[in-house]
Design a protein around this ligand. Structure first.
Ligand code: AVJ
Length: 322
């Protein structure tokens, strides 16, 4: 009998780390930043003064909640309020409270991959807004939307907040929006937050804070590979680096090797080496303007029917229909 090699790429995490670190130039996916420590660091980012996105979207929703109640309920018709990637629901709670006070006939349906996050959210909502009907949906966005479509005729209003769409390049965003569009009926609505192009300095500061929280967040990818795949990255030998191209609106994060490095990833039986100043591309945070959002909508068979912004036009939430 042959001795079986113990190494197998049996999870998406292992496959993607293998792919990204054996490519040239190297890359890793920002979705793997978010383990327990990564979630906590993102919470810290949202509380930084430089990270204007969260507070701005919060203010937009607060400012426009009456209008949104009208648009979403269309004369008090019943609807499902579906949130993709609900998180702690801080911004959504403004709407949940207002809609409940206005006696709108709706059910809140947060979708998340983490059952644990959903349970936590449901407990909080039960306490904070006792009259609210919440029915969480555990799973992947699209599987979940499909199941929901089978089980109900009711109108859907889908939320995708936080400029999470900015982690996708345009091609991926079109694919994502097209898939959502396919699960929408004529009367359904889609409400998405898009961070806007602005002074490049403001954007760079948001992703390169002086206290180093964003650097720690970015480096959590390597910490996680060390922990979960038994690797020996020396975290201090990598530098967080942010660039922003004001023409394309793409902010990109990198981890740059400050000196030549050798790393062994035991769970992949993989040796990796870095030349001095070699990069790992880890994240994009796309910034948008009206023309680009309009184009994304057209490419995905969606129509923009309304938009909501703050006085400085730092951020916009767009409302789409099919
Ligand atoms: C959660 C994807 C919206 O890109 O602004 C924050 C993540 N990265 N600081 C963003 C992030 C660095 C964030 N999103």
């Amino acid at each position: 009998m042959h001795k079986q090699l113990a190494i197998s790429l049996d999870t998406p995490f292992k496959q993607e780390v293998f792919e990204g670190l054996t490519s040239y130039p190297k890359f890793l996916s920002s979705k793997y930043i978010y383990d327990k420590a990564g979630d906590k660091l993102f919470q810290d980012i949202m509380n930084m003064p430089e990270y204007y996105l969260t507070n701005t979207e919060y203010a937009i929703i607060e400012q426009h909640k009456i209008q949104l109640a009208h648009m979403f309920s269309r004369g008090n018709q019943p609807f499902h309020l579906i949130e993709m990637g609900a998180g702690d629901g801080k911004k959504t709670k403004i709407l949940l409270r207002h809609f409940t006070e206005q006696n709108l006939d709706f059910t809140f349906r947060p979708i998340d991959i983490s059952q644990n996050a959903l349970n936590q959210l449901q407990i909080n909502l039960k306490r904070e807004i006792p009259r609210l009907r919440t029915e969480p949906l555990q799973g992947n966005y699209f599987e979940t939307l499909r199941k929901l479509n089978f089980n109900t005729e009711e109108r859907k209003v889908i939320l995708f907040l936080g400029s999470n769409i900015g982690n996708l390049c345009h091609e991926e965003a079109i694919d994502f929006l097209s898939q959502i569009q396919e699960y929408m009926q004529q009367e359904d609505l889609l409400f998405i937050g898009f961070d806007q192009k602005k002074n490049p300095e403001t954007i760079l500061n948001a992703y390169n804070d002086e206290t180093g929280i964003t650097a720690k967040f970015n480096k959590n990818l390597l910490v996680r590979i060390n922990k979960e795949l038994d690797a020996n990255f020396n975290i201090d030998c990598f530098k967080h680096w942010e660039v922003y191209d004001p023409e394309t609106g793409t902010a990109k994060s990198y981890l740059v090797a400050k000196s030549p490095q050798k790393v062994f990833i035991q769970a992949l039986d993989l040796h990796i080496s870095f030349k001095a100043w070699e990069t790992i591309h880890t994240e994009i945070s796309q910034k948008y303007d009206d023309r680009t959002v309009q184009w994304l909508a057209e490419q995905s068979n969606l129509t923009v029917i309304d938009e909501y912004s703050d006085p400085k036009q730092f951020y916009k939430n767009y409302l789409f229909k099919k």
